[in-house]
Design a protein around this ligand. Structure first.
Ligand code: PEP
Ligand code: MG
Length: 909
């Protein structure tokens, strides 16, 4: 067995070895390979860290390899660790595969001790600098390696400054720093029982171990959880010869970017600080100079830097961020990486690189994400504006909305009719609140999670929503919101931020997004509105080019979930290629609720049929409107799904109403009707309505209900064809668990359609398929496929029933605890749980296609608009995703990326 290598000189690695060397180590190695001036050093690999974490001690081989590597560094630089003339000092820095800024430890100036501090002063020609470096070492080492409370050091420093009558560290002279070093050493000895280690090698070994240990600090663990970085990666440690930007005025340090990471403007960008170390730049102690000023200070170093920047960008073929130091006129490169950037910069830089022939359009598409596009679409509160924060909930549907508080449908609609913007505030919402939501510009609830009703509907409508703001006491009866001492009454103005989940008191001005104008009105209109702003126009061009390219590349079709003609038109304008889900229950709200009530309370078949007959023309008109808007495109209409109690009054409210009326001795037809209704509400009341009488079960339990909808669809087709249109409905049956259920509905549907066909003379070949949203449906897909013309995965219910999580309750109830203890890293209602729910989707697709090779499959759960899930659906071979109209552009972009990225992966496999 060959012995495992733990330590690598920078010259041995390259940028593809991030797993082994960490991001920083791999990029340092790459710079060495490019011949750029990097202070010599080596990387102790993540293997060594993992060995340390599992065994609790540094493997002995690491010590041996470190000796070899330190000697190599000494030979390269011509200085020696602990040397009494020209001592070598080392920096010891963490560097994991994924950047974890500030989460782990760094120790600088390792190698300084009582013997080397003098020679360092001579070498630098600056005694103060040498003693300041020594006190920084003891302070950093004491805190990081020896675990001493850092306040002890800062208190001593403050006392020393006070005694000297100065306020800044920089004003302490060499003698004062010398005294401070003495004091620091005493603190170390007092706290650890042993003197500060004088052996440079011992300092080095202890610092390396401390960096390994810092992988598991509380804050590092927390950060990883939030960023979804696996806990078992470990960190590498980079040991490198120190160079000093704080030696004299021919020295300095800086950070630069090869393009502006904030706007995406092409041309270099950065900050420089003369006579300083990296920490000083970060801490903002002194004002930095723009990079261009360096040209005046040191023309040759500046030129060398510019040429290194160009090399790096050409080599990485992307925007790079770079840290550098100039030591007495000599440029040293300390770090580089592909730089983080804002969404606008991501789009602009990607297309600039295409135009400069550095990358292809396919590569450019990989460089931008749906989430970045999403951020460019939402209006935002003006960051400059003043605001008063009331509470923070979950940002469930992004956007920025300001309006008057309304607590119910009536108030929301009347305020809107008076020309006011409204925010509908509820404890939680139910389908009954839809009219209020439609009238509102935003929705705020005190309860509920990201897939609760309010959230799903709001996203569907592209409307801003904050849910689960549980600091708010929403008292609908008194028409008040209470937060602590504060009371907000109906009509008061609030502002909600659907991205951050913040709720503000009063008006906060918003700024509109040009990319949104482009998506809804096209490139020309957006450019006309930009008033010739070059940066905006460049951004618009970049988004347009990348989105068009994604459309060319993607295999997945993109449809929208839309219930009305207006929504459908909006979806179509954004590039939807069909409707994947029309939730017809939304058409039974408002005035029509009484018809559903009549269906439920009907005592005879005739009464029930009368209620259906009244609904038929209304449904037909709904479908005519929807199918006309989607003329020529497939439109999946789902038969009614939700439990009927959602259309009935609340059982407690109605009981109280009836009891009070009886107590007052009232009588008459109204009370009688209320009693009949109450009886029906009691009869249909269920403990677990989401697992109860809903979906296909409703259709089989109330004969005539589905028939009415199917008839309305058939008649709508006939009517539209008469108008010369090309309606393309698809009938979808919800909540199928057994093939028999589907056969029953299918039989009924075929009969009705055939009858309409016969009377109208039109052939109605409407596809009939079903949702796969119960585990049993996925597991028996092979059987169900015989009765289905298509499958659409309802991943909301499939997630709910696979996990046994109630989608309306869990997100506020116990998900927070599940995130804390790591059972979940993200809500499975947001990003598809590939291993569990995703496995059922795969089984469903395989099963269906084993019977019908070309069975059309899609997804219409919320996951259809989620980037990560879209990549999964692409790999699983679905034909389309369907998402809210607002997310259509995001889905188009991600579907294109999925196609390009899957191809990349298979060509390198
Ligand atoms: C689903 O369950 O994924 C779905 C789309 O249906 P709904 O959200 O209406 O239950
Ligand atoms: Mg469902």
């Amino acid at each position: 067995m060959t012995q495992q290598q733990y330590v690598y000189m920078f010259s041995e690695g390259d940028r593809d070895q991030k797993d082994l060397l960490g991001g920083k180590g791999a990029n340092l190695a790459e710079m060495v390979k490019l011949g750029l001036p990097v202070p010599p050093g080596f990387t102790i690999s993540t293997n060594a860290c993992r060995a340390y974490l599992s065994e609790g001690k540094v493997p002995p081989e690491v010590r041996v390899e470190v000796t070899r590597s330190v000697r190599d560094v000494e030979d390269q630089i011509g200085r020696h660790l602990g040397d009494s003339e020209e001592p070598l000092l080392l920096s010891v820095r963490s560097g994991a595969k994924f950047s974890m800024p500030g989460m782990m430890e760094t120790v600088l100036n390792v190698g300084l001790n009582d013997d080397t501090v003098g020679p360092l002063a001579d070498f630098a020609g600056d005694e103060r600098f040498a003693w300041d470096s020594y006190r920084r070492l003891i302070q950093m080492f004491g805190k990081t390696v020896l675990d001493i409370d850092s306040d002890l050091f800062s208190d001593a420093l403050d006392a020393r400054k006070e005694a000297a009558g100065v306020t800044a560290d920089i004003d302490l002279d060499a003698e004062q720093l010398k005294a401070l070093v003495k004091e620091y050493k005493e603190i170390v000895e007092r706290k650890t029982g042993t003197p500060f280690p004088q052996s440079p090698r011992k300092q080095l070994d202890m610092a390396i171990e401390a960096v390994f240990r810092s992988w598991n600090t509380e804050r590092a663990r927390l950060y990883r959880r939030r960023e979804r970085i696996p806990d078992d990666l470990g960190t590498a440690v980079n040991v490198q010869a120190m160079v000093f930007g704080n030696l004299a005025d021919a020295s300095g340090t800086g950070v630069c970017f090869t393009r502006d990471p904030s706007s995406g403007h092409s041309g270099v960008y950065g900050d420089y600080l003369a006579n300083a170390q990296g920490e000083d730049v970060v801490a903002g102690i002194r004002n930095t100079l723009p990079l261009a000023e360096l040209e005046k200070l040191d023309k040759s170093a500046y030129r060398e830097l510019r040429s290194a920047m160009r090399r790096l960008e050409t080599h990485y073929r992307d925007l790079c961020d770079i840290e550098f130091t100039i030591e007495r006129g000599h440029l040293w490169m300390l770090q580089t990486r592909v730089g983080k950037r804002t969404p606008a910069a991501a789009f602009r830089v990607a297309t600039q690189l295409v135009d400069e022939a550095l990358i292809t359009m396919d590569e450019a598409l990989e460089r931008v994400t749906g989430e970045q596009l999403n951020q460019l679409l939402f209006p935002q509160f003006d960051p400059e504006a003043e605001r008063v924060l009331l509470a923070t909930g979950m940002g469930a549907s992004p956007g920025a909305a300001v309006g008057e508080v309304a607590f119910d449908n009536e108030s929301a609609t009347s305020r809107k009719a008076d020309g006011h913007d409204v925010i509908l505030v509820r404890r939680e919402t139910s389908p009954e609140d839809l009219p209020g939501m439609i009238a509102a510009v935003g929705v705020l609830t005190a309860r509920g999670g990201k897939t609760s009703h309010a959230a799903v509907v709001a996203r569907g409508m592209g409307m801003c929503a904050v849910v689960g703001a549980d600091d708010l006491v929403v008292d609908v009866a008194h028409k008040q919101i209470r937060v602590g001492e504060r009371v907000i009454n109906e009509g008061d103005v609030i502002a909600i931020d659907g991205k951050s989940g913040e709720v503000f008191l009063g008006d906060v001005p918003v700024v509109d997004s040009p990319v949104m104008t482009y998506i809804s009105d096209g490139l020309e209109a957006a450019k006309a509105a930009s008033d010739g702003d070059v940066e905006t126009d460049e951004l618009l061009d970049a988004v347009h080019r990348l989105l068009t390219h994604a459309d060319d590349r993607r295999r997945l079709r993109v449809r929208a979930n839309a219930d009305t003609g207006e929504d459908a038109e909006r979806a179509r304008a954004r590039g939807a290629e069909g409707i994947g889900l029309c939730r017809t229950e939304h058409q039974f709200l408002g005035d029509r609720r009484k018809n559903i009530e009549a269906v439920i309370v009907a005592e005879t078949d005739e009464d029930r049929q009368a209620a259906f007959d009244e609904l038929l023309p209304l449904q037909r008109a709904d479908f005519i409107e929807l199918l006309a808007a989607m003329d020529g495109l497939p439109t999946t209409i789902r038969l009614i799904d939700p439990p009927l109690h959602e259309f009935l009054p609340n059982i407690t409210d109605l009981s109280v109403e009836v009891a009070l009326a009886e107590e007052r001795g009232e009588s008459g037809p109204e009370l009688e009707r209320a009693k009949v209704l109450l009886e029906a509400v009691r009869r249909t009341h269920e403990q677990n309505p989401m697992l109860g009488l809903r979906g296909v079960r409703l259709g089989l339990r109330f004969p005539g209900l589905f028939a009415l909808q199917i008839r309305a669809i058939g008649e709508a087709v006939v009517e539209l064809r008469k108008q010369g249109k090309d309606p393309q409905p698809e009938i979808m049956v919800p909540l199928i668990g057994s093939v028999r259920e589907l056969y029953l509905v299918r039989g009924e549907a075929e009969e009705i359609l055939a009858e309409i066909g016969k009377t109208s003379g039109e052939a109605l070949d409407v596809p009939i398929g079903c949702m796969i949203e119960l585990p049993r449906a996925a597991l028996t897909a092979r059987r169900i496929a015989h009765a289905a013309d298509f499958f659409s995965f309802g991943t909301n219910d499939l997630t709910q029933t696979t996990w046994g999580f109630s989608r309306d309750d869990v997100e506020t109830e116990f998900f927070p605890a599940y995130f804390d203890n790591g059972v979940l890293t993200i809500s499975p209602f947001e990003t598809l749980d590939e291993y569990g729910v995703g496995r059922l989707v795969e089984i469903g697709v395989e099963g269906g296609r084993s019977v019908k090779e070309n069975l059309k499959t899609g997804v219409c759960g919320e996951h259809g608009g989620d980037p990560e899930s879209i990549h999964f659906f692409h790999r699983t071979g679905l034909d389309y995703v369907s998402c809210s109209p607002f997310r259509v552009p995001v889905a188009r972009l991600e579907a294109g990326r999925a196609a390009v990225m899957t191809r990349d992966a298979s060509s390198t496999a």
